[in-house]
Design a protein around this ligand. Structure first.
Ligand SMILES: Nc1ncnc2c1ncn2[C@@H]1O[C@H](COP(=O)(O)OP(=O)(O)OP(=O)(O)O)[C@@H](O)[C@H]1O
Ligand SMILES: [Mg+2]
Length: 252
């Protein structure tokens, strides 16, 4: 594939988006030597901690620092260069944190910047993973319009399914045509998994996996340990092997 594969992860707040992003990354960098850029597009910025890496500066902080000089709607060569410089290069992957600006007290500015830079920023990588903010705003703002695989994560709650449903409807209304759109269930008890698959069938979306509750994740979360170090025998990892083999690798 000549251009990079762009993957975005959406869903209700707390559904498991960041966990899914981190474990997908873990599997990708273990199974191959793909160059991966991970973008934390959620202003709450949990991803760096979950991955165990530091952020030099977020794009939001950069925009604030350049306050009067920069118009986020005009990403010039030098502005783009500065964004490049905020990327943290780790041994196996690179991380770009969008953050939020203080100047307008919200993340619309960085969302607009992200939509403009995604094409050029992703060129140097085989894969780009974007951990999106909860809800629907990034879809209506078309932040992730150039996405190849759009994963919607839902937990076992009415609200999780409702948000997934609204996301699916909104992509239709706005004619956002993702090449591949998949549903991911997280922490559904065995007896409720049927509800997940029935929902997927009703919405005409393929549900590709139902992630189990993993005690190691809870433990790592409590101790603040990076999920990239999750032990090999963790129950959830098989699901990710399968997701990468069946749904990601064939597109690379
Ligand atoms: N399969 C799982 N097993 C155990 N714990 C999990 C699992 N999935 C998620 N968690 C825990 O649930 C919490 C919420 O997950 P996560 O942060 O991934 O959700 P999120 O959708 O990114 O949330 P937010 O909308 O706040 O960004 C975290 O504490 C995470 O460790
Ligand atoms: Mg998150």
């Amino acid at each position: 594939m000549s251009h990079s594969l762009v993957i975005s992860i959406s869903g209700k707040g707390g559904a498991g988006k960041t966990t899914f992003t981190a474990l997908l990354l873990r599997e990708l960098i273990r199974s191959s030597d793909y160059r991966v850029l991970v973008i934390d597009a959620d202003p709450a910025m949990n991803l760096p901690a979950v991955l165990g890496c530091k952020v030099k500066e977020t794009v939001g902080e950069l925009v604030d620092r350049l306050e009067k000089e920069v118009n986020p709607d005009e990403v010039t060569v030098s502005f783009e260069q500065m964004i490049w410089e905020t990327i943290t290069e780790n041994e196996d992957f690179a991380l770009l944190a969008m953050g939020a600006t203080e100047r307008d007290g919200c993340y619309c500015t960085v969302n607009r910047v992200l939509a403009r830079i995604i094409d050029s920023v992703s060129k140097l990588y085989d894969l780009v993973l974007m951990d999106m903010e909860a809800g629907l705003e990034h879809i209506s703002r078309r932040t992730d319009r150039d996405v190849d695989i759009f994963f919607i994560v839902t937990d076992a709650s009415k609200m999780g399914l409702h948000t997934a449903s609204r996301i699916i409807e909104l992509t239709k209304t706005l004619h956002v045509d993702f090449k591949h759109m998949y549903l991911v269930g997280n922490r559904f008890p065995k007896e409720s998994v049927k509800i997940l698959y029935d929902f997927a069938e009703e919405k005409n979306i393929e549900c590709i996996t139902s992630l189990p509750v993993d005690q190691n994740i809870s433990q790592f979360n409590l101790l603040g340990k990076p999920l990239l170090e999750l032990p090999e025998d963790s129950s959830i990892l098989l699901n990710f092997k399968n997701v990468v083999e069946k749904y990601v690798e064939p597109l690379l």
